[in-house]
Design a protein around this ligand. Sequence first.
Ligand code: SF4
Ligand code: SF4
Ligand code: FES
Length: 403
Amino acid sequence: MTTTSGKGPAGPGGGSQAPAAGDVDGAAEADAVVNGAAAPGSETPGPGPAAGEGVTALHPANGAGAVGVTVADPAGSAPGPAERLAGGPVMLGQIRRTISVTLDGTEARVLEGSTILEALHREGTPQQADTPTLCWAPNMDPINACRVCVVEVEGARTLAPSCARTCEDGMQVRTDTDKVRHSRRMVLELLASSADMSEASGDVQRWMGEYGVDPERYGPPAPPTVDGERERRHAGHHSAPDGRTRATVEQPVKVDNDLYVRDYSRCIMCYKCVNACGTDAQFTFAIAAAGRGFDARIATEYDVELPDSACVYCGNCIGVCPTGALKSVSEYDKREAGNWRPEEETVTTTVCSFCGVGCNLELHVQQGEIVNVTSPSDHSVTHGHLCIKGRFGFQHVQNLPQG
Ligand code: SF4
Ligand code: SF4
Ligand code: FES
């Protein structure tokens, strides 16, 4: 077990396990195979290369054969390691060449297919790597919804979302121009004018300060909606603004189950929860975007309460929400009671004991009590996602008699 104190949200670049520029993806795995590891299905482990003989001697660049993904016919007779090695190294990943991009005037080499954000995280300065993001996460496919990560690309008519735009050879990127800073500020400011960002991650709070966000300049907030009002609105119908107040998404918190609450006054429609519930992790599809325009919202099917929906309470939506719109009941109750102490929080990494998969858990503890459970986004088994048992099944630990 390892314990750290005061762990904050994953910062930009957190969790990326990318090979260094110039590496060839899969080379390490290929080494393992080349150096005598027997393939599943091989009857007798054949001899590996002799000591001192390795990838170099067998590499096709030295005339040993073609490089590429090896496809084994499961119905055919399994070749032994010696036979397989005769055709060259077995590559378990794609070969990716590196390309050249210029980041604020400095040339860098990145793997082909990298996004601009990945290039900034891996090759950029600390300032470049600190590009703000809201709808991006290291363990999710780019969603490209919030546009707070925009950069200027030489020759492009519009700003490009760095989290989703793929690098091209010779691309020139600028990250700190007036246009970029103005656009990022407007995105943060308009979101903060309509949604409550007071419980957003520490990074988001810092970016709002650094970009000079001032949502108050849009006027006082309009009165909140009552429970269910936003759900009943006619999709696509817009009421004229009153010209004195700023529209918000303020509404009552949805507390309809024992495990987590949905506080959509804080929702910025980043779609992370939808994708975590869907194709990025859980494949449950219990939630989706409903409504249109300013009335767009995250909803269950037919707006039913969570216990009546398809939700399986994995909590993966909570794990990716950047604003605190989704949170555990334990956190919600403590915040409501004025007993939430993030500055005292410790995080202990351990292994889930519920089944044999062996997911890594991070136990967030405040005042001797587990208040939340997460998983590292770069963990090879969980990729930051958990099931209901790992995320919420910790009460038995706290109920043990003290001895
Ligand atoms: S808890 Fe899991 S299943 Fe339920 S809405 Fe969230 S991601 Fe979907
Ligand atoms: S509930 Fe959270 S994760 Fe889902 S769309 Fe809103 S802000 Fe994003
Ligand atoms: S973080 Fe890039 S579009 Fe949201």
